[in-house]
Design a protein around this ligand. Structure first.
Ligand SMILES: C[S@@+](CC[C@H](N)C(=O)[O-])C[C@H]1O[C@@H](n2cnc3c(N)ncnc32)[C@H](O)[C@@H]1O
Length: 254
C-alpha cells in the first residue's frame, strides 16, 4: 500500500499543500529542468512521476520518458491525462509500476529526473540513501540527476505542532474544507501531515477523508553529504527554488 492512494491521486493536482501551486505555475516550476536538459539526450528516466507534472511537458517537447512510480493510483491519473494528449506525445511515455529503490533500467540513463519530492516522501535517511544509490546505479558514467523537493517548514520546527485550515474547489466543482495538522519530530526530521478533507455540499459535510503523509526533510548540507556518499558531485544546488521554499539540484555521477 502507498500513501498515494486513489483519493489523494485524484485530488493531488488541485489540493493546497500538494500540487495546487505547481499546477498554477507549471512552466516556472519546470523551467530549471528544461534549462539543464538542453543539449542532453532526448531520453529521460523519471522516478516518482506522480500525476505527470513534468512527464507530460517533457513528452510534449519531444523527450522519451520512462516514468517509474510505485502507486497504481498515481499511474491511473497520469494514464488518463495521456489519453487526452496527442497520440504522438502519449507514445513517448512508458509508465512503469515499480519501486524506484530497486528498479533496474534496461540501459543506463543519461539523465534521471525526480520532480517534486519523491526523495522527501521517503520517511527515513536509509531509504533516501537507497534511492540515491538506485539513481547512481541506473545512470551512465557522467550521467546527471535532476530533482527538486521542499525545504522543511521552519516555523513547525520551532513549534512542533500546528493546525491550519483552508478551503478549495476542484475544477469539476467539488468544494472542500481542508484541515491540516502538522507535527514535527525534531530527532527523525520527519514532518507528519494529517490532512482531513471535508467535502461540502449545501452547507453540509457529505464525506470526510483523512490522508496521512510523512516527509523527511533534508537540509542543504545533508543532501550534499548524501550525494557525495553515493558517488555524485553537486553541479547546482538552488536554495531559492519555489520562492525559497524548495531546493532544485543537479548532481553528476562521478
Ligand atoms: C511527493 S509525490 C511527487 C509527485 C510527482 N513528482 C508530480 O509532480 O506529480 C511523490 C511520488 O513518488 C511516488 N513514490 C513514493 N515512493 C516511491 C518509490 N519507492 N518508488 C516509486 N515511486 C515512489 C509516489 O507514489 C508519488 O507519486
Amino acid at each position: 500500500m502507498t500513501a498515494y492512494d486513489a483519493f489523494l491521486a485524484d485530488i493531488y493536482d488541485h489540493s493546497p499543500y500538494f500540487c495546487q501551486g505547481r499546477t498554477r505555475e507549471l512552466d516556472r516550476f519546470n523551467a530549471p529542468y528544461f534549462r539543464h536538459l538542453e543539449g542532453r539526450s532526448k531520453s529521460v528516466l523519471e522516478f516518482g512521476s506522480g500525476t505527470g507534472m513534468l512527464t507530460i511537458p517533457l513528452a510534449t517537447r519531444g523527450y522519451g520518458v520512462t516514468s517509474v512510480d510505485n502507486s497504481p493510483d498515481m499511474h491511473d491519473v497520469l494514464g488518463a491525462k495521456l489519453r487526452d494528449v496527442e497520440p504522438q506525445v502519449a507514445g513517448r511515455v512508458e509508465q512503469v509500476l515499480a519501486d524506484a529503490l530497486t528498479y533496474r533500467a534496461p540501459e543506463p540513463a543519461e539523465t534521471i529526473v525526480m520532480p517534486e519530492g519523491i526523495l522527501i516522501a521517503l520517511p527515513d535517511r536509509a531509504l533516501q540513501r537507497a534511492l540515491l544509490e538506485s539513481c547512481h546505479r541506473n545512470l551512465a558514467p557522467g550521467g546527471r540527476l535532476m530533482t527538486d523537493f521542499f525545504q522543511p517548514r521552519f516555523d513547525l520546527v520551532h513549534r512542533d505542532e500546528l493546525t491550519e485550515f483552508t478551503r478549495f474547489r476542484t475544477p469539476d466543482g467539488r468544494a472542500y474544507l481542508m484541515t491540516m495538522r502538522l507535527r514535527n519530530d525534531r530527532y527523525t526530521q520527519v514532518q507528519h501531515w494529517t490532512a482531513t478533507y471535508a467535502e461540502l455540499a449545501g452547507g453540509e459535510t457529505v464525506r470526510e477523508v483523512v490522508v496521512e503523509v510523512p516527509f523527511r526533510y533534508l537540509t542543504a548540507s545533508e543532501i550534499e553529504l548524501l550525494l557525495e556518499l553515493c558517488g555524485f558531485r553537486v553541479v547546482e544546488l538552488d536554495t531559492e527554488y519555489a520562492d525559497r521554499r524548495g531546493f532544485f539540484l543537479v548532481a553528476e555521477k562521478t
